[in-house]
Write a protein that binds this ligand. Sequence first.
Ligand code: 5RP
Length: 230
Amino acid sequence: MDAREMKVKAAEAALGYVEDGMRLGIGTGSTAEEFVRLLAEKLHGGLKVLGVPTSERTARLCVELGVPLKSLDELPELDLTIDGTDEVDGNLTLIKGGGGALLREKIVAAASAQVIVIADESKVVETLGAFPLPIEINPFGMASTRIAIEKAASRLGLSGELKLRRGGEDVFRTDGGHYILDASFGRIPDAEALSAQLHLIPGVVEHGLFIHIASFAIIAGEAGARTLKA
Ligand code: 5RP
C-alpha cells in the first residue's frame, strides 16, 4: 500500500462515523482531501450533511465536488470534525499546521463535539517535535515575537531554528493573513508547558499543538486501519 492508499483507508474508516444530518467540520491537507472525495461520493448517494471547511483550500475542493458548505458563524456548534495531522503521540496530542490552516482547524475542532484524526502510520510518534511546530504570528513586530518565542522555548530547555514559512517567492500568508514560524525544536517532551508559554506571547496568534482536542485517531498502515485512543 502506498502513502495515498493509506490516507484513503483512514478516510474510508472515518466516513463510517458520519451520520445523516450531521454538521461536519472538514479538515485541511492531503488526507482530509481524500475524505472530502469519499464524502462527496456518499452525498451523491443520498447522505445529507452540512460542512464547515477549515481553509479556503478545502472550501474550494468542497465546492468543486458539490459538498454543501456553511460558515462557522452559521453553524457555530458542530457534531464532528475530521482532519489530518502532521504528528500524533500516544496521548492524542497533535502537531498540526503543515498546510498552514492551524488556526481555523483549531477553532473548528474546538466547536465540535467529536474530533476524529485521520493519518497514516508515518504520523505516529513517541515524542512530538521531529516535525517543525508551526507557530502562527501577527506580522506586526515579528522580530520581537521571534525573540519572545526563543526565550519561552529556552525556559523549557528547548532550542532550534525558527524558520519563516515561505510560499514561493513570497512570505506564506495564512487564510487569516498571518505569518508562520516553523520551529524545529526536535523534541517537545511537555506540550502543555510549551503551549502555555506560547499563549503568553501577544504576537503569537496560535500554535500547532492540539492538546485534549482529538477524540480518537484512525491510523492506516499496511495491515489496514486501527483506532488510536488516549
Ligand atoms: C493543515 C494540517 C494538515 O492536517 C496536516 O498538515 C496533515 O496534512 P497531510 O494530510 O497532507 O499530511 O494540519 O494545516
